[in-house]
Design a protein around this ligand. Structure first.
Ligand code: ZN
Length: 125
């Protein structure tokens, strides 16, 4: 094999490896962004659950009562198929769902109004 051919083959191999590295880099960047988003959601849900649990226990609800309630909710199948929640937009009255990056906010797709989406205020459907 000529020196030129060897050089070309090496260049091609380097280019192939660089392309592969670039694809992997992009793939990992997308994954870590998704992971960050999920982690942020998880943290908010955990904080909300902690706040709700503490408020209820301050109001005299016992751990046993909360566990009975959790079992009831589990039996309704929420763990497998959670209901989607919405709030009516205070500006235009349309349904707003919480599909934005912030789980406590939704943006009305009709008028653009940002709406607080706290669990206690939401309607199911
Ligand atoms: Zn609206």
């Amino acid at each position: 094999m000529s020196l030129y051919h060897r050089w070309r083959r090496e260049r091609r191999e380097i280019r192939r490896q660089n392309d592969k590295d670039e694809r992997e880099r992009r793939h990992n960047a997308v994954l870590s962004e998704k992971e960050r988003e999920l982690e942020s959601h998880r943290a908010k849900i955990e904080i909300s659950a902690g706040v709700i649990w503490e408020c209820l226990s301050e109001m005299g609800v016992t751990s046993e009562e909360l566990e009975v309630k959790m079992k009831e909710i589990e039996d309704r199948g929420w763990a497998i198929n959670p209901p989607s929640y919405y709030r009516l937009c205070p500006k235009c009255g349309k349904k707003v769902f919480d599909y934005t990056a912030n789980v406590f906010e939704g943006t009305c797709i009709y008028c653009g109004r940002v709406v607080n989406m706290y669990p206690g205020d939401l309607a199911e459907g």
